[in-house]
Design a binder for this molecule. Structure first.
Ligand code: MG
Length: 388
């Protein structure tokens, strides 16, 4: 299997929503197609993926650095030693040639779209869903019957903050979600607590509601919220402080008895290792949310999971950021703790195809070959334009 062409376009996210830090109305996402020389039923096998959600499109890095390196490589150096198929780890290493270590920023997202498109091509070549290809590669047992899922919403919108939130959480509950996540930190504490109490009331208990501050808090605010939140017995308290402030994360873990979650803004095995060394996270309750779509793809992400396990965390403690088809297949393939879902927002990338059923708090991956992105309404037309 050889790569004959790599295409990329960027696609805007629809909807005007914000968390405590970011307004997503101007965000775009890189959609990448890796065209191979293998044909099935007369049509080339094309791997497709994107760089998750939340870190902007990365067309410049892809066009100017990564795609030329991969296309210039001797094809044999991008293939697995046996079988002649593409090796995503080798493609990633090639895309990263002449890049210095450390400083994992936008290039980690650029590389992930390219690396994950290779996994999509491998799964399509095998004519199977990506979770099956991933499980076979990493020697895991795929959770084909479904993985836990929660609805991530509760964004700040203009207008009545409590009535609209109650309606939103009720919609999630009616759609089969048993847990939800809402944003905090965009309003003063008292108003955030009124929103939280409304969400808990509709969801049916604090253990069904997580909160996410998106790294917005300084020390005082993080600890003030910790004290205020603890009595609610929440599902978790997410990204209270700067994701790279491991000392403050450790202080928070000392101060807050419930589960805390972080990691979605760490993009390398080394960063995750440092979080686990210095961040005070507790293997018996805390959760890690790194996202393969932001962090060089599945090769690097699998290394993060291995590092977690070396340090006493179960893989069920991994709940990737990014509620979309890529992470559904990764969670199911690696047997991780669960997925998020963004019902109705971050379109056309967020959410799942109609064939992915949500039942009893689980989401069941569909059986389309690869990540199944071509079956996702709204995204299908962009893929058609990219591949045409
Ligand atoms: Mg988050």
């Amino acid at each position: 299997m050889r790569i004959v062409e790599i295409r990329e376009i960027d696609v805007p996210l629809s909807g005007a929503i914000s968390n405590a830090v970011v307004d997503f109305s101007h965000h775009r996402v890189s959609l990448v197609a890796v065209v191979t020389d293998v044909r099935r039923a007369g049509v080339p096998v094309v791997g497709v993926a994107f760089n998750s959600i939340g870190r902007h499109a990365q067309g410049g890095i892809l066009r100017e650095r990564m795609i030329p390196r991969v296309l210039a490589a001797d094809p044999a150096t991008l293939q697995a030693p046996e079988g002649g198929l593409l090796d995503p780890a080798r493609v990633l290493a090639c895309a990263m040639r002449d890049e210095k270590p450390g400083g994992h920023g936008d290039r980690a997202a650029a590389a992930s779209a390219l690396e994950l498109a290779c996994w999509d091509a491998l799964a399509k070549h095998a004519d199977e869903p990506a979770y099956a290809t991933i499980a076979r590669h990493f020697g895991t047992v795929a959770a084909a019957a479904g993985v836990p899922v929660y609805a991530a919403g509760g964004y700040y919108r203009d207008g009545d903050e409590v009535t609209a939130l109650r309606a939103e959480v009720r919609e999630y509950r009616d759609a089969g979600y048993e847990a939800v996540k809402i944003k905090i930190g965009g309003l003063p504490l008292e108003r955030d607590l009124r929103r939280l109490e409304a969400a808990i009331d509709v969801a049916g208990g604090g253990s069904r509601v997580a909160v996410d501050a998106n790294g917005a808090f300084d020390r005082d605010r993080a600890l003030t919220y910790a004290q205020a939140l603890e009595p609610y017995g929440l599902r978790w308290y997410e990204e209270a402080v700067d994701p790279l402030d491991f000392a403050l994360t450790a202080e928070l873990a000392e101060a807050y008895g419930g589960p805390i979650a972080t990691g979605e803004n760490l993009f390398s095995v080394q960063d995750v290792t440092n979080l686990l060394r210095f961040g005070g996270l507790r293997p018996d309750r805390d959760l890690l949310q790194m996202d393969a779509g932001l962090s060089y793809g599945l090769t690097e992400y699998a290394g993060m999971i291995a590092e977690m396990e070396r340090r006493g965390f179960a893989r069920a403690a991994a709940l990737p950021h990014g509620g979309h088809m890529l992470n559904l297949h990764i969670v199911a393939g690696l047997g991780l703790g669960g997925c998020e879902a963004y019902p109705g927002v971050f379109q056309p990338f967020g959410g799942y195809t109609d064939a992915c059923r949500v039942e009893g708090g689980l989401i069941v991956p569909s059986d389309e070959p690869g990540f199944g992105l071509e079956a996702k309404g709204g995204l299908d037309q962009h893929i058609a334009r990219l591949v045409a």
